[in-house]
Design a binder for this molecule. Sequence first.
Ligand SMILES: Nc1nc2c(ncn2[C@@H]2O[C@H](COP(=O)(O)OP(=O)(O)OP(=O)(O)O)[C@@H](O)[C@H]2O)c(=O)[nH]1
Ligand SMILES: [Mg+2]
Length: 250
Amino acid sequence: MVMKKGFFDRVYSIIDNSDILIEVIDARFPEKTRNKNIEGFIKRHEKELVLVLNKSDLVSKRNADKTKKEIKKEFPCVFISSTQKQGMKRLREMILIKTKNTGNVVGVIGYPNTGKSSVINSLSGKKIKTSITAGFTRGEQTVNAGKFKLIDSPGIIPLEERDENELVLIGVKNPSKLDYPEEAAETLIKLLKEKNPEELKRLGGKSTDPEKILEEIALKRKRLMKKGLPDVNSVSKQILLEFQKGKIRL
Ligand SMILES: Nc1nc2c(ncn2[C@@H]2O[C@H](COP(=O)(O)OP(=O)(O)OP(=O)(O)O)[C@@H](O)[C@H]2O)c(=O)[nH]1
Ligand SMILES: [Mg+2]
């Protein structure tokens, strides 16, 4: 009987079959979308790893610079936006340097929805399918990108139990599935307050209290319940979805 291989076995077999590895991370949540166990595994197998901070079009320059300084201490890293085609030349050059003395197979790994398939498309000029829905890529596939080959893989689902609000923010869970979207929305408001207050102002948040801010945004958008009260539940889902779609920047 053929045994169905476990998920992590598949990741490890990609690592085995690759000469170097790229870990695609969401530049808005670098720490939450990295997998340090797998990074450690790659290191122990003496394969080069490049951290690619994708979706950098969705973070302010100030935040990007701060993150870069931290990550660079651990691994070579490149900030890119695969959809806006920023930083792609630098990434290509980095791959060429790293693969020079090894083979030319580049394994692309990362959490669901970080943009692995988009990065591969941008590097290869091909059009493999991407999606706003996390967990989209199912099987592995190898894509030719001229001097090197890229292996696309399904997103690595974190083994540890993750907080569902966090999963919504990193784009792995649909906000409409939350019983209390207000909670995740308040977390987002707090993050915006800390990291990109200009964006919060643009949304119409003036108060200091996140709960109040959600009410203000609901009123501004005329998301109202009976008697004209702000519909915080519905506006929470709305802004979370906009954040997932990249319409709100961090
Ligand atoms: N704004 C922005 N959106 C991006 C970028 N890269 C990818 N996306 C979007 O993020 C979503 C996920 O992209 P995919 O390339 O499908 O991500 P993936 O990592 O292959 O996802 P799975 O196959 O589900 O693991 C899509 O809606 C992309 O358009 C980027 O650089 N900037
Ligand atoms: Mg994919």
